[in-house]
Write a protein that binds this ligand. Structure first.
Ligand code: EZ4
Ligand code: CO
Length: 402
């Protein structure tokens, strides 16, 4: 069975998504997510102009060889645009393989290692009180794990705090907005936030927090230490993720578990972290981490170094990426937890899918392949709209994240 063509589909049912659909000469098709938040059209062009023409006529059976061809053959390796494009091709090929064999993708990877996938949602509030209330809303829905973020007092807007209930969208239409951050108020507030959440809801719920790469190593060490009484499942992205050495210092100061990796795109971003066991959870995901083919190698190296996986799953990852992540999570032996932010009804309608939520867990479903489809008629109603992630500055205007 050969690749007949590849379509790059761009739609904006509330936010932008780029999807690759590979068709075979026998009428089977597979989907791969190619969404790179705020840089969507760069990946669309990479696929349309530089990848799809080289795929026509290749055998869909050769998933590994096609991955190597796109990674090694391009000469220019790594980087988020390249790796997101490779991920889309790889994911679509696994989808096709599952459909051809009549098996869900997790079965092809080695079968289920668990009955379903533990997920966490995002509770956000403009202040501590609202964030605490929002945790209760998630518990009422059956969640067993909740990430908690609150707006920082005195700052008009800060990154990573959702607006409204149950939905979370970090990108904004038009030119990139700018958010302000102040380390002092943030470091004072976060331990108070988690003290309130624990007092309100007790010990059984798993709690997580995302620092969005905004601290220095020693600030992160202090935050981890201050959060120890509240027993977090993990502290995510404490410092700039390209500073692997920083994690040694954080580790020396705290027993709060550490997670990083949503911006990593190959194993080479994480080798020092993994080999030294400086993190507990690696948050790379299928769509930005080289597809299932690369991520399973990353997970194997992590497993042998006692690091667990904890896939990124914000709303800018489409239902195709969410399904691929869930199949991966069902199989991967060293699984930790899966992030799960609900998509809007418009997005769910464009991408009908078989995965389902119950009692705090997601199951990918047992349809052949990934179990996700694409509704062209609905998608055509939502043309692309330029949108960007915010730029972060300190209150005096300084660019930071380093
Ligand atoms: O900033 O998905 O854990 N989730 C996150 C997200 C990311 C966005 C980037 O596109 O940190 O909010
Ligand atoms: Co994050």
């Amino acid at each position: 069975m050969k690749i007949l063509d590849g379509e790059v589909l761009v739609t904006c049912p509330g936010r932008n998504f780029v999807t690759l659909r590979l068709r075979t000469d026998e009428g089977v098709y597979g989907l791969g997510d190619a969404t790179l938040n705020g840089r969507e059209l760069a990946v669309a062009s990479y696929l349309r102009d530089h990848v799809v023409p080289c795929l026509i006529g290749r055998s869909v059976d050769q998933i590994e060889d096609i991955w190597q061809y796109l990674y090694r053959g391009a000469y220019w390796r790594r980087g988020p645009v390249t790796m997101t494009a490779i991920s889309a091709v790889d994911t679509a090929l696994w989808d096709i393989k599952g459909k051809v064999l009549g098996r869900p993708v997790y079965d092809l990877l080695g079968g289920a290692s668990r009955t379903s996938v533990l997920v966490y949602g995002h509770a956000s509030g403009d202040n501590i009180g609202e964030a605490v209330d929002e945790v209760g809303r998630y518990l009422d829905l059956g969640y067993r794990a909740v990430r908690v973020q609150a707006g920082i007092e005195g700052l008009p807007n800060s990154y990573g705090v959702g607006r409204g209930h149950l939905f979370y969208e970090p990108a904004e239409r038009g030119r990139p907005p700018e958010t302000v951050f102040a380390t002092g108020p943030y470091l004072r507030q976060v331990p108070m936030l988690f003290e309130r959440v624990r007092n309100e809801y007790g010990e059984s719920v798993e709690l997580l927090h995302d620092a969005h790469h905004r601290l220095t190593p020693i600030e992160a060490g202090r935050l981890g230490k201050d959060l120890e009484p509240h027993r977090l499942f993990w502290l995510e992205d404490p410092v700039a993720a390209d500073n692997q050495q920083a994690f040694r210092l954080i580790r020396e100061h705290t027993t709060t578990p550490l997670a990083v990796g949503e911006v990593f795109n190959t194993v080479h971003d994480a080798t020092t972290l993994i080999q030294n066991q400086w993190i507990d959870y690696l948050r790379m995901t299928v769509v930005h981490g080289g597809g299932i083919t690369h991520l399973r190698k990353v997970a194997a190296i992590a497993e042998l170094n006692f690091v667990r996986m904890g896939s990124h799953g914000a709303t800018d990852l489409s239902p195709v990426a969410m399904a691929a992540a869930l199949h991966f999570d069902m199989w991967v032996p060293n699984f930790g937890i899966q992030e799960y932010m609900r998509h809007t009804d418009e997005t769910d309608a464009v991408f009908p899918h078989g995965y389902r939520f119950a009692d705090g867990y997601l199951h990918p479903g047992d349809r052949p392949g990934l179990g996700v489809d694409y509704d062209d008629v609905l998608a055509a109603k939502y043309p692309y709209e330029p949108a960007f992630l915010p730029v972060n500055r300190l209150v005096d205007g300084t660019m930071f994240n380093w």
